[in-house]
Design a protein around this ligand. Structure first.
Ligand SMILES: [Zn+2]
Length: 417
């Protein structure tokens, strides 16, 4: 038996006063977040100044024995601050604590990756509230009941499955309205897919979206570039507007809408691609991005970070759902090995698009070659029985999935064989 966690997202419709209350909470959480971030930043900066001189920029002088304001320190400070600032008490205490938790997480994340120092959140940039605990089921019938906010209508467009309990609710304020993302959990026997069927490997690339070991390519859709340029155009327009004016806010709202649209479109594309891959394979191997990030350096950082990570999450989930075995392999040097004779062919420049082996004469696209190495490594792991099967603990997927529709678009499942 293991625990299965799922995230289901629903629209909710708070009343005017409830909306005002939640917007107020968002703003208070944002201030707590920024205060805590400033505290950590000051502490870190104060350590940078040499002992016998002053820093060129002015830093706060913080005593040498002052402990680093970590999560627990800040948690205690928050409890004290509540005595002095009664407005903080209006916010549900766990929701407020989550602001500190979020900051702590982003610092830990930074530590792991080595880049991405947390930034201050500007007005309106803090957009979700987390209710981490529920004693009883918050959803009954057509309403969801949030502590301290009260009941509000929810659009249960798909029912919560029997036997699942609501563990956590994240209320998100998007440009199209309010959403509740429910993390639901159940003790169920989750059958792990057993490796069977045709194995494929995939290589995520910068030019092409991905290459499959069978020789197929998935192109990066054109509309992404169009949407990105649209976004840049809107951002340029925003810069010309007077800050804080009505027109400024309107332009801001448009940008927010476009961001949400891009997010949705990208998700849709990721699901479609994941289903396509599941149509042609019984076993899928992909590169472990955390390891890949270290091996490829700064160049591909952003691409690796945003789009590829969420695609692999979605792929993992779709594979599990469809009984396809999924595992990650060590990506080290996948583009430097010949898939046919395992000769080390040396480092390829990014411009060199073709793999050509001097030993055996094997010639193919460089990304396809990398994908073929990935699948070989994966099969070795499976044979050794040491492959880390990745169970779906939490799929991190907020918005409801559109599997039915994507299958319909793709047509017959075996068209690629
Ligand atoms: Zn070769």
């Amino acid at each position: 038996m293991n625990m299965l966690n799922l995230t289901y997202s629903y629209r909710i419709y708070p009343g005017l006063d409830q909306e005002a209350q939640m917007l107020d909470w968002l703003e208070r959480c944002r201030r707590v977040y920024n205060y805590a971030l400033a505290e950590r930043k000051d502490w870190i900066n104060s350590r940078k100044s040499p002992v016998n001189a002053c820093s060129i920029r002015n830093e706060y002088i913080i005593p040498g024995d002052a402990p680093y304001p970590d999560y627990y320190q800040q948690q205690n400070a928050l409890t004290k601050a509540k005595e002095e600032i009664p407005e903080l008490k209006a916010v549900h205490s766990q929701v407020l604590q989550d602001a500190l938790k979020r900051l702590d997480k982003s610092f830990k994340f930074r530590q792991e990756r080595g880049f991405g120092f947390p930034r201050f959140k500007k007005f309106g940039q803090y957009r979700s509230l987390v209710f981490p605990q529920f004693k009883s089921h918050p959803v009954n019938g057509l309403e969801i009941k949030l502590p301290k906010v009260g009941a509000m209508p929810i659009n249960l467009h798909r029912p919560i499955p029997d036997g699942f309990k609501v563990k956590q609710v994240r209320v998100v304020f998007k440009s199209s309205g309010w959403y509740a993302q429910l993390i639901i959990a159940a003790d169920v026997n989750v059958p792990e897919p057993i490796p069977h069927g045709e194995p494929i490997g995939i290589d995520l690339g910068l030019e092409k979206f991905l290459a499959v070991s069978t020789g197929e390519m998935v192109e990066r859709p054109r509309f992404f570039a169009d949407l990105q340029s649209q976004l840049r155009w809107l951002q340029r327009k925003l810069r010309k507007k007077k800050k804080g004016s009505a027109n400024y806010r309107k332009a801001q709202a448009k940008i927010r809408q476009l961001h949400e649209h891009i997010y949705n479109v990208r998700r849709e594309f990721h699901f479609l691609t994941a289903h396509k891959l599941c149509d042609i394979a019984g076993i899928i191997f992909a590169e472990d991005l955390n390891l890949k990030m270290m091996s490829r350096g700064m160049l591909a950082k952003h691409c690796l970070d945003a789009a590829w990570g969420s695609f692999l999450e979605i792929l993992k989930w779709v594979c599990w759902k469809r009984g396809v075995y999924f595992a990650k392999v060590d990506p080290h040097g996948t583009s430097q090995t010949c898939p046919q004779c395992a000769t080390h062919t040396g480092n390829k420049e990014l411009s060199q698009r073709v793999h050509h082996c001097g030993e055996c004469g094997y010639t193919t696209d460089r990304d396809v070659a990398a994908a073929q190495v990935v699948v070989q490594r994966g099969l070795v792991l499976v044979a050794d029985g040491q492959s880390a099967i990745l169970p779906v603990e939490e799929n991190c997927l907020g918005v409801p999935m559109k599997q039915e529709s994507s299958r319909a678009i793709l047509g017959s499942p075996h068209r690629n064989r």
